[in-house]
Design a binder for this molecule. Sequence first.
Ligand code: NI
Length: 333
Amino acid sequence: MTSPHSESEVQVVDFAPFLNGSGKKSVAAAILASFKTTGFVYLTNHGFPDDKLQDMFSWSKKFFSLPRETKMLAPHPESGTHHRGYSPPGLEKVAQHLYDTTELIENRAKAQDVKESFESGREEDEVMPNIWLPDGILPGFKEASLDFFWNSFELQKTILEALAVGFDLPEDYFVKFHTKPDNQLRLLWYPSVPLKALEKNEITRIDGHSDAGSITILFQDDVGGLEVEDPNSPGSFTPVPPIPGSIVVNAGDFLMRWSNDTIRSTVHRVRAPPSAAAADGMVPERYSIPYFCCPDFATVVEAIPGTWSAERPKRYEPISAAEYVMKRLAANY
Ligand code: NI
């Protein structure tokens, strides 16, 4: 079920026995164990249609290769709570983790964030309406994005079912809180940049941060660069290289709180990929597609059964997803 990695490494779990029912409990246990030690897990044989995945990456390439002024026809609003549309380089500032060393804080102040993003959600979302390019520009992009959104939602359901089984809870325990869904699909493009500038932290791809929601599903190309902080050694990061055919899933802050801190929401970042130094000194461009899963905003959650006891009391008051997630998102812009 799991690869023979050491315990502090992100585990690779074959999801097929969960999907076909031949080994639900062991798969669920392996996923939960990796979430508890690293906050991350790789899933292979996850069932997401590969043609749809390749298709979405090519739409993403087409979108980001449009001229800047065209992309700006679907602008991300300045408001910190409306996460839809196109963000040019430098708009998002990840504001959660400041390291307590003068050097890093100084570097951070002058570092320029060079990624671009496009965000969308379900079409009928009234709180955060989608922001598309005007009709006639890149026809098919909107339909492909929405289709990908709903395929990701199906994948999210099975992962949440596995988590519930891992906790010995009814399989629909988490799914019941994720019905709407108030999720976010983000297309990310990290352009090719000089390796030296990345290494000196003059520019960044994405700084250290944790995710806000319940889980994040990450689809990525084969370039790499994702790094995850060792929960037992703050400030020390380990590469989580792409594994062909796999997806990466990580827990967010809301799930950590919901699980009474038994699951970790781990700090991660994107840097130069290992052995990135091409002959011309440029780091190759990277495309990734994170799908951020949030509980229904109206849901008020308390600690998951089994994560608290007389010896390990509940650490948090009940909180609504809306209150928690919006606070976190607003801090990033
Ligand atoms: Ni993240």
